[in-house]
Every structure is written in structure tokens, then in C-alpha cells.
Design a protein around this ligand. Sequence first.
Ligand code: AMP
Length: 283
Amino acid sequence: MQLIETVSGIRRWREAQGSRSVGFVPTMGYLHEGHLSLVRRARAENERVVVSIFVNPTQFGPHEDYATYPRDLKRDLQLLDREDVDAVFAPSVEQMYPPGYATYVSVEGPLTEGLCGAFRPGHFRGVTTVVLKLFLLVQPTRAYFGEKDYQQLQVVRRMTQDLHLPIEIVGCPIVREPDGLAMSSRNVYLNEAEREQSLSLVRALDLAEGRIQKGERDAARLRELLQEHFARYPAVRVEYIEFVDAETLEPLDRLRGSVRLALAVRIGRTRLIDNRGFQIPEE
Ligand code: AMP
């Protein structure tokens, strides 16, 4: 497995692969089984696999956790080596954003205005900018993203389609801890009491699923039910509970077709998100 830390290095690596298929998994490192599920899928579907590890400063707000975001490159490299990854691209901030850097790409409109976009101004602009830069360097055949960050997946799909990028975007299911918490590098921030309260997220998804299966289609009633649910967890502050169209991410009053329930909460200083998809049968 090659460790590549420069823009010129990843260019050379890509050129050497010629017409071989390349699967790409962009990450911010501090890897867990969620990341590794993407890597395994990429490994199964491509001749070459490249993983990027880059904590991208442009997707963090000024009061967010960029400085304290967990990092452990040595351990990440060991994990990726075991997954038979061909190359790891781990550039410095100076490589990706040299002095004078001034170019950004953004997806506009409802896809980035709602959900996390409303609470993290500029976040998706940072994501699309770095993902496009990485795509142009790695020129992957396929790129793998987790449904854990469902809005990000839809935003990247939109950008790829809008810019005619010849890349297949592959969405992968959420990997969870045995007790149901969605795996996230940020889970290490949680203390014992917060870790217990973090289960409110998956329990909310289960609660909604039960009601939807029983026929509830009114988004306002479901949201109220979930508000009451979260009120039983004193450490949890809800940012949003939204039922949205799974493709456009526009909020729904009545559930129909392909629906996504998206949740964001704060527990102490940690922000956690989770989501689940529902197919509503025709009435
Ligand atoms: P991150 O390092 O948090 O930027 O995540 C890198 C990629 O891994 C993104 O496409 C995430 O959606 C994906 N990912 C993170 N956590 C999970 C998870 N629990 N299950 C599936 N994919 C995940």
C-alpha cells in the first residue's frame, strides 16, 4: 500500500493506473467499521482502491471542532493495509489549499439549504469543493459515500450530475454499533452518560418506523411524537427532526413515495446525526 502526501504524487499514481477501474473512498480519517464497509465495497468492485484521509478545514464552521477532530494516521494506515487498499492519499492542508487559494464550488438551493445546511452555514460548500478537487486528482471510476451523511450523498450526486463528471456515485448503508448507535468518528467525544443518551437517535428512528408501519402519514404528528420522545433525554437538544423527499430533500407534510427521516441533535458539545429511509406504499 502506497502512502501519498502530495498533489503531484497522486497525479503520478493515477497516471500509472491507466484504464484500470479505480474505486475511491474519501474520508476524514479516524476510521471505523463504517468507513471500512465503504472500502470493502470499493475493493470488491474495482481493480484499484484509493482512500483519502483529509480533515477538510473548509467544511468546518469557525466555532466547530476542526482543531479537536480526532486524528490517528498510523492506526488508519494499519486498518487500510489489512483491507488491501492500493493507495492512501493523505495530503496536508497546504497541499490542498496553498496560500492564495480562492476557488469554491457549491450546490445551490433546497438540497443544501435545509437540514444540516441550515445549522452549518458553508459546510456543504466546503464538502463539494474538496470532493470535486479530490475527484479531479483521483479521477475515480466509482466513488463511495455512506448514507450516514445522507444529505452529503445527495449533494455529491447532484454536483456529479450537474458537472457531467464521469464518476459513478455509490451510496452505502449505515453501519451501527451493536446497540444501534450509528458509527461516527465523533462518538469518541461522548462520555458515558452521553453515550447512553445517544441511543435516543436510533430509538427515535425505530419509534417512527413503528408508527409508519401502522399507517401514520402525517409528518407533523410524527415530529411531535419524536419531540416528546427526545424530551425524555435531558442531555439531548434537538436541532431538527425532518421528513423529507429522499431525492430532493424537500420537507413533506404527508409521507408518500420515497421518504427519509433525518435527525440532528446535540449532546453536550457533540453534534450527532442519523437517518432512515421509508418506502411508503401507494394508497
Ligand atoms: P467522514 O470520515 O466522517 O467524512 O466519513 C467518510 C465517509 O464514510 C462518508 O461517506 C461517510 O458517510 C461514511 N461513513 C461515516 N460513518 C459511517 C457509518 N456509520 N456507516 C456508513 N458510512 C459511514
